[in-house]
Design a protein around this ligand. Structure first.
Ligand code: ACO
Length: 321
């Protein structure tokens, strides 16, 4: 039996932290108190104008490859989850392959599931590995969400940040990813979307993120609880056997509500939203890498990762790390 295990993690945050007070100083009509109370966010990182998702992804990937003890040429599949690609095409994954100097012709493609993107990408990579067709995948979540924020809309621009996280997922005789569950319901697309595109050299529609915050909040709390319970049931495990919940880092109140539904104390939840903000597809691998390097997450521990995002999409995975 072939399983897929996480062999190494890495991440990248651009520049210095930008605090809530820094946003006020930049002219946004908000306050540290409002942002912290509503979201738990104190600061975030914002990429410089000449830094793209593939640049952040490349650095996160290098750290993950080093941690996995392999070489770039050993990678035979690259999947990047992003909603803020460098280009319409080629894929960010193809650009990352070039930036890493990988010349072995391995498959490379992007997955677009917004804030659930990393869970989707990891689950897809796991299926390639378990089929026996691929042996070592680089799975990356990378975003420059600052590019799609309307900085005159204070209800959204204060919530997001930029960054990238990566894992190397490799074939193993021991179980790693024990269960995964992916879902979508496109009928909810109006409550969180960037309803624009490019045609004939022009932006058609609206190029900025639009969100009905309260509707998103209610939807997220419901599906995150449901999908975490689904992967536990698939694997025949109880929530009590989980060492760490690593949820998408959108909002501390959504995270607290999910932990409560699972009966997990906040001491067993990895939270980075306070200093990363919501980095969409990057948030889970960023949190995982920080927890691994910070000594919280250890080999042999059991993790649940879970995300929800525009689409709506949502998903979870139960992982023996
Ligand atoms: N600073 C100060 N005041 C603000 C700000 C701000 N940044 N933004 C909005 N306000 C004001 C509004 O104008 C409004 O004022 P009014 O009462 O005078 O009209 C007031 O604050 C309340 O606005 P609401 O939108 O009702 O605020 P709410 O309490 O719902 O909090 C929030 C907004 C934080 C977005 C909340 O709905 C939420 O957490 N939603 C979840 C959405 C989320 O996390 N999305 C992340 C992306 S989706 C994902 O990753 C799954």
């Amino acid at each position: 039996m072939i399983y897929a295990r996480i062999a190494g993690t890495g991440s990248c945050l651009p520049g210095n932290p930008v605090s809530n007070d820094d946003l006020v100083a930049r002219g946004i009509d908000t306050s540290d108190e409002w942002i912290v109370t509503r979201s738990g966010i104190h600061s975030r990182h914002l990429a410089a104008a000449d830094v793209g998702a593939s640049d952040l992804a490349r650095i996160a990937a290098e750290h993950a490859i080093e941690a996995a003890g392999c070489e770039p040429e050993d990678i035979d599949l690259i999947i990047v989850a992003t909603s803020t690609p460098d280009y319409i095409f080629p894929s960010t994954a193809a650009l990352v392959q070039a930036k890493l100097g990988i010349r072995n012709g391995c498959a490379a493609f992007d997955v677009q599931a917004v804030c659930s993107g990393f869970v989707y990408a990891l689950s897809v990579a796991e299926k390639f590995i378990r089929s026996g067709s691929h042996a070592r995948a680089l799975v990356i979540g990378a975003e420059v969400f600052s590019r799609i924020l309307d900085w005159s809309d204070r209800a959204t621009c204060v919530l997001f940040g930029d960054g990238a996280g990566a894992v190397v997922l490799e074939a193993s005789e021991r179980p790693g990813i024990r269960a995964s569950s992916l879902h979508a319901d496109g009928s909810h697309h109006p409550i969180l979307c960037v309803p624009g595109g490019v045609a004939s050299g022009q932006v058609i529609g609206d190029p900025f993120l639009r969100m009905d915050g309260q509707a998103v909040f209610k939807f997220a709390v419901k599906v995150l609880g449901d999908v975490a319970l689904q992967v536990l049931e698939q694997a025949g495990e109880e929530a009590g056997s989980v060492d760490w919940l690593i949820p998408h880092q959108a909002n501390i109140r959504i995270i607290q509500a999910t932990a409560k539904r699972l009966g997990l104390p906040m001491e067993r939840v990895i939270t980075t939203v306070g200093h990363h903000g919501n980095t969409s597809a990057a948030s889970i691998p960023l949190a995982l890498d920080e927890a691994v390097r910070g000594g919280q997450v250890h080999r042999g521990q059991r993790l649940i990762i879970e995300g929800v995002g525009g689409g709506f999409t949502w998903g979870a995975a139960l992982i023996d790390f």
